[in-house]
Design a protein around this ligand. Structure first.
Ligand code: SF4
Ligand code: SF4
Length: 401
């Protein structure tokens, strides 16, 4: 029988709620860091890479030490699954208590298939279309803005029409998570796959002496990630999300936390989460300021030869488009020798967090390809749309009649 509400469970839920409010898009941001890395190599543009990669590197380093604590304490997608699973425990009496061990073991490999597929697509410059991306759908519903937490976007009409497939997949994931704890995290999440790999050799572990255990297997049946704890004296699995349920449920106080083989407090994963939330929040505000300054600097690309197509009239044109939260973005586009040579922001009401991330990638790609048919920045698709449509608007004025 599980003990009454443990104070560390309360701390975990508080961390999840704070993360959901302050940094709901961090799991997308961290995954996009990988895409930014691939794009930088693909396009040979490393200018904004260090800043974009920051959350990814921070989380990977801390996960290598403490394990998949991000998933347990900080991921908004994980938190919502926890909420649905809790709801299910109150509504449905007969649920799958535990997936059959072999089935669980093999379907867990699916997330690596998802990860490798996405990485291959990114290597070829292909992104998941936004209408079928469940994370984009989730982001469009839960859109608290880090720089203005009171701003909430609830453009449900857009979410259920333009993003219909992603929204349907997202809803299916939440429905499945009612019945199988952390369904998406166990079987499908590509970021979870990365965290599983990097936390395989974590220094923070849960240890339990099997000889003391007896046959109760309470920890195994409670584990949120379906880890067969009864088989181990220490949890080496990269799947462990540091939820501490196995520690709390043990009636013999046999499951204990260790850091580098020394006894460690249970609160350590929560402390790691709190420090990372703080670092990310403060760091992200600074990054946004730097990116805003960078974006205000005119981006000029020298294009050598004179065009023979003669499509545009040289000059500087201003165009507007609608970005995130229906905000208007206005850009200035300079045409020289029939080429787009510079794109700068005139003004934008878009959310800085997303706009800044999209701007340099989108404008670099437009200038290098001389086309507005470029990939949107995943996780900042609405801001990308605003920038692209603003450039298109400016270009329409530059066209020779
Ligand atoms: S596995 Fe993915 S969705 Fe689940 S908590 Fe981790 S990052 Fe979030
Ligand atoms: S129950 Fe224990 S082993 Fe399972 S995920 Fe939570 S902390 Fe890790």
């Amino acid at each position: 029988m599980e003990k009454k509400v443990n104070k560390y469970t309360v701390i975990k839920v508080v961390c999840q709620i704070i993360s959901l409010i302050l940094i709901p898009g961090l799991f997308v941001d961290s995954f996009n860091g990988i895409k930014a890395f691939i794009d930088a190599i693909r396009l040979g543009d490393y200018a904004s890479l260090p800043l974009t990669l920051l959350p990814t590197v921070l989380l990977i380093v801390v996960s290598a030490i403490f394990g998949r604590f991000f998933c347990g304490y900080m991921c908004s997608f994980g938190a919502i699954q926890d909420f649905f699973h809790y709801l299910g425990s109150k509504i449905f009496k007969h649920r799958i208590k535990r997936m059959p061990e072999k089935v669980d073991h093999y379907i867990k490999y699916l997330k690596y298939v998802v990860l490798v597929t996405i990485l291959i697509m990114w290597c070829f410059g292909v992104s998941l279309p936004e209408f079928m991306d469940p994370w984009t759908a989730f982001g469009s519903i839960i859109a608290w803005n880090i720089t203005s937490p009171t701003t909430v976007s609830l453009d449900l009409a857009y979410t259920f029409t333009n993003l219909w497939l992603g929204t349907s997949i997202m809803l299916l994931i939440f429905i499945f998570s009612i019945f199988v704890d952390r369904f998406f995290c166990r079987y499908l999440c590509p970021m979870g796959a990365i965290f599983t790999l990097v936390s395989k050799f974590r220094l923070f572990k849960i240890k339990k002496d099997r000889e003391v255990c007896g046959a109760c297997r309470l920890c195994t049946s409670t584990c949120k990630m379906g880890i067969p704890l009864y088989q181990y004296d220490e949890v080496n699995s990269g799947e462990c999300i540091d939820c501490m349920k196995c520690v709390h449920v043990c009636v013999k106080d046999n499951a204990k936390c260790e850091l580098v083989n020394k006894s460690a407090p249970e609160a350590i994963a929560a402390i790691a989460a709190a420090v990372t939330i703080g670092l990310y929040y403060v760091g992200n505000l600074s990054v946004n300021t730097i990116l805003t300054n960078q974006n205000n600097i005119t981006e000029v690309v020298e294009i050598g030869s004179t065009s023979t197509i003669n499509k545009y009239i040289d000059g500087t044109y201003t165009g507007s488009g609608t970005g995130y939260h229906n905000a208007t973005t206005t850009v200035s586009v300079t045409i020289s020798n029939d080429k787009i040579t510079s794109i700068t922001t005139v003004s934008t009401g878009d959310v800085a967090q997303y706009y800044n991330r999209a701007f340099s990638t989108i404008t670099s790609e437009i200038i290098s390809s001389q086309s507005t048919s470029v990939n949107k920045v995943s996780g900042a698709t609405f801001s990308s749309n605003g920038i692209i449509s603003a450039v298109n608007d400016a270009l329409s004025q530059a066209l020779r009649s």
